[in-house]
Design a protein around this ligand. Sequence first.
Ligand SMILES: [Mg+2]
Length: 314
Amino acid sequence: MFGEELYKIKAVILGHAVADALGVPVEFCSREELDENPVETMEGDGTYPYPAGAWSDDTSMTLCALDVLAEGELDWTEIMLNFARWLTDGKYSSVDVCFDVGRTCKDAIINCIVNEIPAVESGGISERSNGNGSLMRILPFILYTEFVDCDEEPMDIIHKASAMTHAHERSKVGCGIYSFIIRRLLKSQNVESVFEGLRDAEEYYRNFTQFSHYKRLLDPDFKNLDRSEIKSSGYVVDTLEAAVWCLLNTDSYRECVLKAVNLGEDTDTVAAVAGGLAGALYGYDAIPSEWLETLMKREFIEDMCERAHCQWFM
Ligand SMILES: [Mg+2]
């Protein structure tokens, strides 16, 4: 139906957005609450007063970057300006208003726009600035560095992209590990690619002290950890672990993202990060069509993917 690469871009971006929307109504719900009353499909209301299919900051900030990268240029300032347009005017929002923004992201936007700090130096550098706010919006940079010949090293671009909001090495490494896995999945759609991506990351991050925080992912028994040992908080390490664990313990896009949502707490982001992985592994056609049909501003997102594809490949 699509060119192969367009199909991959849509699988990853829509896979992320749909999962974000599944998690929005139950954001901050505990695992116990969701065990009693699990999410099974797109729902409206709940944590926020929005209809089914509304997606959140994860997808908004992803689209802020994709819109610029779709022009074929890595313009950091323009991407940050888009973050500001979303924050203040609700541009790139599913419901035309910014209804949730992480503290670290907001501080970084203010740092750049108000305090005139360069976009790639605006992010939080303290150890406390290691929420999942750069991991949740890193996908367009992974696609861009995979599909476009850049002057800069792909991993340097991924790290700078994280540093726009999250400049601590632990956040940068989290984005990097995710990018190694996604990259392998885009090349070869099988679960072995996940382990190859993790081995790529281990090799690349050999001399990065912060990589040790992710060592559970490399454990051959990681997949077999009990659900009780997987945290689904907004901490970048927990989010990446939870997303990979859900991917390894399910066999379809639908199962993976529902498992992620139903872990509770940071439901939208854990699901969105898992949704990017599951989109890459199972493909666009694996995203349930009823969920795609419910997704707000689906055409806006799909058009942006098509524009990126045209710019990058034609
Ligand atoms: Mg969110």
